[in-house]
Ligand binder design. Structure first.
Ligand SMILES: [Zn+2]
Ligand SMILES: [Zn+2]
Ligand SMILES: [Zn+2]
Ligand SMILES: [Zn+2]
Length: 742
């Protein structure tokens, strides 16, 4: 098998591949890997290793005594390494928070109080400092700050948590008094009154306080209504969801081709603006830079939540959660295994993709991971035919042969989603509810493990590096108690299974993961907004979209969900493409081809590459207009010059002056609509802007053809408008101080 990247730049390709595994400039992993690789090169072992079939490769490494001796020496030194609890620090931060509160610096005070909460040992663990109730005291203070910050629901949540953490009885009067304030501010006067009255009973002889309390009760407004934050409307795909692939719109189809694998095409007419995919990740990891500002579990900004403030992990102080619900979901699955190694992971320099490779294991636990391994890692051929039963491909014969089997498997695998004739949605929902976390993972794993991993183009060195990462992570798991239920006899086998699964994850993540972003903006909806990457995820259906340098869709993220919306109209049969990074507007043909070959191991033959379209800059300097062939069923186009051609080069249809005039008039109308769209954006009317721009882009395609400067600007504007419905963080003012929680 020839490797595509070798035609471009092998050295660059190998750097690209390495950084999907570990950092090139920080951490100890790079050094370790290079040392082991040099040992493996002895006697030409590495080239023999390259020839070994995939499923024997981990075994081959385990049997290489020289490599394993060196590796074991390093792995034996692995120890939990994480940011622990510290009552002294918690105490100090709390005092600082108190000072900041007095000085009126609420944001600083909140950040410090959150640090005090996250660093505090669990109640009773350290009786010397704060009598063992550092956590309760930190929460108590933070509830006051939150109340001042007009986040009464979050303040109330902290109060309740403080009580659970043994807040002293002598503080009860003040406790209920503050609770009354919280209820007052959440618009629940009746509850506020009950709380105030409770406080009154606990006040004893403090007459002055009683007078103040009476004033508070008098000030209650019983016409108040509970103020709940607006529900985030659930986004759904245009035209309804496909029965067997619920993340996908009915307007799309998945097809399979020998060269290109599986990918999405339009099954029906698609309009600009149509929502084509809403998919949940199979696994996703927050970048460690954001451990202090975002929920580890759902990626919500901690400071943007009205409902609660940062919630702690009982063991480490390295991460934060937006709610008890998120925390418990993380702790009962992956975090209990990862918690004590987070500092080691960061220090090793391993990539976030390596972390997801691990997360795919920790979130599933040992039993389910073993199930997944035995089901999907055995014979690759069967895996590829399991998943999607509406695949249409070139290999019809093969398809027919295994169709029945595939249908049976899919039915078994996709249970509730499957039955096309079933109108009984209730039954489906019930089945889905009952499907446990693990069953869902196992089901989705069928899709994940059929994603491409290009193993026939992978060099022995690259493979070995991935196995070293696999062994390193497996060793961490071993020390985290992941294999605690194994007996002496089956431990070794279980470890190998997990290592093999991680190695496979590392391969497929390299080509199929998505960077998750949030849009950071100032006071205006659009001006100066920019995306920042906060996490990475692997999407079972989202990974099925092929790349084009002129993509058909724009993507954004709603919490962890990926959403794809069309930015140009598509005819049935046209590829619904995504963009993996290099866009023709920003990068030259040569740059794009090199990046795609070296990073994703394929040669792009999209229309922008085939026709070598100009970049945005070049287009701006020398604008040109292409009109479509007058024959509706032809894809031909021609450049509008002083002397346009008489006939289409493709279908020979006649091109006359009248049709040219009609087209240019239509395009002029589009241009004025693009202008109108831009004004609507200035006026911060995203929905109206989306409507205007989408219709105008559709109209453009009835007359013209890309590349077309104004249309591409309009498409980029649409991308910004779509992102408004996704993850947004509003920077309060230019000088907003960054106050990390950790
Ligand atoms: Zn969360
Ligand atoms: Zn933890
Ligand atoms: Zn291309
Ligand atoms: Zn034509």
């Amino acid at each position: 098998m020839t490797c595509i990247y070798e035609d471009f730049d092998s050295a660059f390709a190998s750097v690209c591949s390495d950084v999907t595994l570990y950092s090139n400039n920080k951490g100890f992993f790079k050094g370790l890997v290079e040392e082991i690789v040099s040992l493996a090169e002895v006697d030409g072992w590495l080239s023999k290793f390259e020839e070994i079939v995939d499923k024997e490769k981990v075994t081959a490494v385990l049997e290489n005594q020289t490599v394993m001796d060196a590796l074991k020496e390093v792995l034996s030194r692995i120890q939990p390494m994480f940011r622990g609890k510290d009552a002294r620090t918690s105490h100090e931060k709390r005092l600082l928070a108190q000072t900041a509160l007095k000085e009126g610096d609420l944001m600083k005070s909140l950040a410090l109080a959150s640090q005090a909460v996250l660093r505090a040992p669990m109640t009773g663990a350290d009786e010397i400092i704060d009598n063992g109730i550092s956590l309760a005291l930190a929460l108590w203070l933070r509830s006051d700050i939150l109340l001042n910050l007009k986040r009464p629901a979050a303040a109330l949540e902290d109060l309740k948590l403080a009580l659970k953490e043994r807040l002293p009885a002598r503080m009860r009067a003040e406790y209920y008094w503050r609770m009354g304030h919280c209820y007052k501010d959440t618009g629940e006067p009746t509850r506020a009154k009950v709380s105030y009255e409770l406080a009154g009973r606990l006040l004893g002889n403090n007459e002055q306080a009683k007078i103040q309390l009476a004033k508070d009760i008098d000030a209650l407004d019983y016409a108040d209504k509970p103020r709940h934050p607006p529900d985030r409307s659930d986004i759904s795909v245009t035209g309804g969801a496909k029965q067997n692939i619920p993340a996908l719109s009915k307007l799309l189809k998945i097809v399979e081709e020998e060269e290109k694998g599986r990918f999405a095409i339009a099954g029906a007419q698609i309009k600009t603006g149509d929502i084509l995919l809403v998919d949940n990740p199979y696994a996703a990891c927050l970048l460690s830079d954001f451990y202090g500002s975002h929920c580890l579990h759902c990626f919500n900004r901690l400071d943007d939540s009205k409902e609660s403030a940062a919630v702690w992990c009982p063991k480490c102080s390295g991460v934060a959660f937006c709610s008890i619900k998120c925390r418990d979901a993380a702790l009962t699955t992956y975090h209990s295994y990862e918690c004590q190694f987070l500092t080691l992971f960061i220090g090793s320099g391993m990539s976030v993709l390596s972390h997801i490779a691990l997360r795919m294991i920790t979130q599933a636990g040992l039993d389910t991971s073993q199930q997944i391994h035995s089901k999907y890692l055995g014979d690759v051929k069967t895996v590829e035919s399991i998943v999607l039963n509406d695949i249409e491909g070139i290999n019809k014969k093969n398809k027919m042969k295994s169709r029945k089997e595939r249908l049976n498997r899919t039915k078994k695998g996709l249970k509730g989603f499957e039955d096309k004739n079933s109108n009984n949605e209730e039954v489906e929902t019930k089945i889905e509810d009952k499907t446990s976390h693990h069953e869902k993972l196992e089901m989705t794993a069928a899709q994940i493990y059929s994603l491409c991993s290009h193993s026939n183009q992978r060099k022995g060195t690259d493979y070995l590096k991935r196995i070293i990462m696999g062994l390193f992570l497996t060793e961490c798991l071993k020390r985290s108690g992941f294999f605690k239920d194994c007996t002496k006899d089956n431990l070794q086998k279980a470890e190998k299974v997990i290592c093999e699964l991680i190695v496979r994850n590392l391969q497929l993540l390299q080509f199929n993961a998505h960077e998750i972003y949030e849009t950071v903006r100032g006071q205006h909806l659009f001006n100066g907004s920019k995306p920042i990457y906060i996490a990475v995820g692997i999407y079972p259906t989202g990974a099925l979209f092929n790349h084009e340098c002129y993509p058909a869709v724009a993507r954004y993220f709603d919490q962890q969900k990926i959403v794809l919306r069309a930015i140009r109209p598509l005819q049935p049969g046209e590829v619904v493409s995504e963009n993996y990074g290099p866009h023709f507007l920003m990068r030259s043909l040569k740059e794009r081809q090199r990046m795609l070959a070296c990073r994703y191991w394929f040669r792009c033959d999209c229309i922008a590459c085939k026709e070598n379209w100009p970049t945005l800059k070049q287009m701006n300097a020398e604008s040109s207009l292409y009109l479509r062939c007058p024959n509706a069923s032809c894809t031909g186009k021609f450049k509008l010059t002083k002397n346009p051609p008489n006939r289409c080069y493709k279908c020979a249809a006649a091109i006359n002056k009248d049709s040219i005039k009609m087209c240019t008039e239509d395009i002029d109308k589009c241009l004025s609509q693009y202008q109108k769209g831009a004004s609507l954006m200035d006026e911060e009317l995203p929905d109206e802007a989306i409507k205007t721009l989408s219709e105008a882009v559709d109209d453009f395609y009835n007359a013209g053809r890309p590349p077309h400067w104004e249309t591409h600007i309009a498409q980029e504007s649409l991308r910004s408008c779509f992102a408004i419905s996704g993850n947004i963080h509003i920077v309060q003012n230019e000088t907003e101080q960054k106050q990390p929680t950790i």
